[in-house]
Design a protein around this ligand. Structure first.
Ligand SMILES: Nc1ncnc2c1ncn2[C@@H]1O[C@H](COP(=O)(O)OP(=O)(O)OP(=O)(O)O)[C@@H](O)[C@H]1O
Ligand SMILES: [Mg+2]
Length: 350
């Protein structure tokens, strides 16, 4: 069963919201609604996330990301459509049941959040559990574990004023981890951090994910960040423009909106041997150096130069999948993505 599933999900702000959904379904552009002060923030989302998946929602400012996440944890109600958390449909819950589900199943990490200035790191992390009525010994123990997981070991007894921005953000992460919920919702959690600290936090999250296997919905407006941490990425502008893995989006952007984002991405880090390889053809591959399909391209430059011959990409059974040559690498990095929309135009009769 999916951890989270949304079906024909809409959120419209403004007068006549329900009517606006009917109009959107008939194909009225959202700009026409905007002219009447009606904002279509989330339009016809249909997707589901498996347990343990890191799902990234990415889009420009105003693309409906925060609205989506606030619907997922039941803070605001959809205008139309359904949200399922496990086997529970949020719309079927009373506000009391909803609060309970939120408390037990879902944690949030925001870009900015308030720390209690006179409490230590551990006490700040334990605070969320205090509100939930967890007794003192247990909450301090869970808080210490979470502090360690969030990479704050050694800083347990510092006060917020003694922490850097990155460390404060780790406290937010620790607070969410201490709640020990299956689902983590992260809204631009790293966006306010300096690039280096931000990368450290991304690494920390990846490391945590490999240990804990939470279901994470991570919101960002940075495609490099999205590609670094997301198992799958939904690129949104009200509606979902494309949903797929980093490679799928990079190699086959659905339209110009998506392609524009991908222009800024460091392809060599995202693309793997499998994505850039060429067919083996009829050449004799027996003497070629073998590599696995998931090696990133930026680790292939040196081997391909050193070996002065193509590298052979092989699967688990050592069967050849393709070859990587200097040319295939250069082609993929310099690659002008052809969008699906371009293809469609070509197929149409003149
Ligand atoms: N409570 C509200 N009432 C009216 N309009 C709203 C409300 N909340 C959000 N909106 C509008 O919905 C649209 C989407 O907002 P949202 O905050 O979801 O975007 P976002 O993708 O999170 O943007 P950002 O990257 O700036 O955080 C915006 O046009 C916003 O002004
Ligand atoms: Mg937002």
């Amino acid at each position: 069963m999916p951890a989270i599933a949304v079906d024909s999900l809409y959120k419209v702000f403004g007068k006549g919201a329900k009517n606006a959904v009917a109009q959107l379904k008939r194909g009225v552009p959202r700009a026409d609604l905007a002219a009447k002060n009606v904002t279509a923030a989330v339009i016809d989302h249909n997707w589901s996330i498996e347990p343990g998946e890191t799902f990234v929602v990415m889009g420009l400012s105003g693309s409906g990301k925060s609205t989506l996440i606030r619907m997922l944890n039941g803070l605001i109600k959809p205008t139309a459509g359904t949200i399922r958390i496990g086997d529970v449909e949020l719309g079927s819950l009373s506000s009391r049941e909803l609060r309970r589900l939120r408390r037990e199943k879902i944690s949030m990490v925001f870009q900015h959040f308030a720390l209690l200035p006179h409490r230590t790191v551990v006490e700040n992390v334990a605070f969320g559990l205090e509100i939930k009525g967890v007794d003192k010994t247990e909450r301090l123990e869970r808080a210490r574990e979470a502090v360690e997981l969030a990479g704050l070991a050694g800083h347990e007894y510092k006060l917020p004023a003694q922490l850097s921005g990155g460390m404060k953000q780790r406290v937010g992460l620790a607070r969410a981890l201490a709640a020990d919920t299956e689902i983590l919702l992260m809204d631009e959690a790293f966006s306010a951090l300096d690039p280096l600290i931000r990368q450290e936090m991304q690494d920390q999250l990846l490391d945590l994910q490999s240990k804990l296997g939470k279901t994470i919905v991570f919101i960002t407006h940075d495609l490099n960040e999205a590609m670094r941490i997301g198992d799958r990425i939904a690129i949104c502008d009200g509606e979902v423009k494309q949903l797929g893995t980093a490679e799928e989006i990079l190699m086959h952007p659905a339209d110009d909106y998506v392609a524009e984002f991908t222009a800024d991405v460091d392809r060599s880090r995202v693309l793997t041997a499998e994505a850039v390889m060429e067919p083996c053809g009829t050449q004799d591959t027996s003497a070629l150096r073998r590599i696995e399909p998931d090696v990133p391209v930026n680790e292939l430059y040196q081997p391909v130069l050193d070996s002065k011959a193509p590298l052979l990409v092989v699967d688990d059974n050592a069967d050849p999948l393709g070859v990587v040559t200097p040319r295939s690498i250069i082609k993929s990095l310099a690659f002008e993505p052809e969008t699906a929309a371009d293809g469609e135009e070509e197929r149409q009769p003149a």
